[in-house]
Ligand binder design. Structure first.
Ligand code: CU
Length: 155
């Protein structure tokens, strides 16, 4: 959440059981408030401040606001689409969507931060693979060089 009155990213796809942390990186206070009618059936309601209903959250604001530097987190267990908004900036279009689905999150919906993690892990895998190949070649060389000697002793 930033001072441009936006959730970034506004649309997020995650796997069930993922905890989303909203951080206010600006100085203007926001809220994370679910649209009661736009969450999957059977899913529990969520809103910063811990309200269990949309109207309660709206009425209580600024209770439940997230100040600059503050965070709010929620773990999504139910599959489906969750629409939410920021109470003071809803009319400015400050809304977001979290889609919870099996296999979600593979594309790193976490924004810029998760993008470098893919090359990093790929690099680590490459190093490990190279190491394994060197080891294999080393063993092959060892057996080629010394394996024959044993053979000679046997003959
Ligand atoms: Cu806001």
């Amino acid at each position: 959440m930033n001072d441009d009155l936006k959730f970034v990213p506004a649309d997020l796809t995650i796997a069930p059981g993922t905890t989303v942390v909203w951080e206010n990186v600006g100085s203007i206070a926001h809220s994370v408030t679910a649209y009661e009618d736009n969450i999957p059936e059977g899913a529990s309601y969520f809103a910063s401040g811990g309200f269990d209903a949309e109207q309660a959250a709206r009425s209580a604001y600024p209770d439940g606001s997230i100040e600059g530097g503050g965070t709010y987190e929620y773990t999504f267990d139910t599959e489906g689409t969750f629409d939410y908004f920021c109470i003071p900036h809803e009319s400015a279009g400050m809304t977001g969507t979290v889609s919870v689905q099996q296999g979600g999150g593979a594309e790193g919906g976490g924004g810029g931060e998760s993008v470098p993690q893919v090359p990093n892990s790929a690099k680590t895998l490459g190093v490990a693979t190279t190491g394994a190949m060197v080891l294999t070649l080393g063993l092959a060389y060892f057996f080629m060089k010394y394996g024959g000697d044993y053979g000679e002793f046997e003959e």
